[in-house]
Design a protein around this ligand. Structure first.
Ligand code: 6CS
Length: 309
């Protein structure tokens, strides 16, 4: 279910919005924001280019309306919606910098769960996904990923002292009593499924703050999430500890995801992304959000799309 809500309502209900499994629209950067366009869920958002099929479709649309809409999660540092509704975070900031080079002024964000990002893209509810949607075989079969923007790691968020010694996927497999929180349809859920962790050990929660609270309250033994996302959550949750990077998790990496039909735009985007990567602006964006710009150098979407699951 997705609900139509103005940016202002999102601002008022930002907390509530993060608790509801639906898509909420948030504004652009600090520049003049276009009139809010709710994601009614009843099909393509106005101006969408579902199956655009050519750069002109998406490019012309973005230039005409002054923005492209992106699916995001609001999971800092990958994506973040500020108190005034501005869409930011590493992936949206890189996307904004690239599309500006293409003549498109800004982006408009729609907050949605990870398992709704590709279906919403294919339905034309947003024009791209810039959420840190990690590349893996099943996703790469459904969308066109840009070349990687970030490469990052996974960790477990555990109670202080890590009493159950949860450090690797194997440590979860070796103890069938462990309950691990994952986001529904998230990359970490897929890692555990690929490792054949019994489904009874997985607890699916769609809101990161609730996941942390469940671990602290002892309702689960760990929250499996990207290292940097857990580090951000731990800043305001003293009861959680973030493990070192999980050694037996696949290397994660992401970039913008487009519809299979937007091949020309995807090619044009990659060209401008490559040019941006050579600038200090790219390194500054990644540094601002705690990512290492060098980590993605030399890594290709083709390689990351070999990730299982
Ligand atoms: O790609 C994913 O599914 C994962 N990506 C991020 C940035 N956070 C959690 C999510 O499961």
């Amino acid at each position: 279910m997705t609900g139509e809500i103005s940016r202002r309502a999102v601002l008022r209900g930002a907390g509530a919005a993060l608790l509801l499994p639906t898509a909420f629209l948030v504004g652009c950067s600090s520049a003049e924001k276009p009139a809010p366009v709710g994601d009614t869920g009843a099909g393509s958002a106005p101006g969408s280019s579902a199956g655009g099929g050519s750069a002109e479709g998406l490019l012309a649309k973005g230039k005409k309306q002054g923005y492209l809409s992106v699916g995001i999660a609001n999971e800092p540092p990958y994506t973040k919606v500020t108190a005034d509704g501005t869409v930011t975070g590493c992936e949206p900031d890189v996307f904004r910098a690239v599309v500006k080079r293409m003549g498109i002024a800004d982006v408009q964000g729609i907050i949605t769960p990870y398992n709704a990002m590709i279906p919403g893209l294919q339905a034309g509810r947003w024009d791209a996904v810039t959420a840190g949607l990690f590349m893996k075989q099943s996703r790469c079969a459904e969308v066109l990923y840009s070349e990687p923007v970030i490469v990052s790691t996974e960790s477990f968020g555990v109670p202080k002292g890590n009493p159950k010694k949860i450090t690797t996927v194997k440590s979860v497999l070796d103890n069938p009593d462990l309950k691990i929180i994952v986001l529904p349809g998230g990359f970490e859920e897929g890692i555990l499924q690929t490792a054949k962790v019994p489904d009874g050990q997985l607890i699916r929660i769609n809101d990161n703050r609730s996941g942390v609270e469940a671990v602290i309250a002892g309702r689960a033994d760990a929250f499996f999430l990207p290292t940097l996302s857990l580090n951000d959550l731990a800043k305001t949750s003293s009861g959680i500890e973030v493990t070192a990077a999980v050694a037996d998790a696949p290397r994660t990496g992401s970039g913008a995801a487009f519809r299979k039909g937007d091949t020309d735009f995807h090619t044009a985007y990659n060209k401008e992304l490559a040019a941006l990567k050579a600038t200090d602006e790219f390194a500054a964006i990644l540094k601002k959000w705690g990512f290492d710009a060098a980590a993605a150098k030399g890594v290709t979407a083709e390689e990351l799309c070999k990730n299982p699951g």
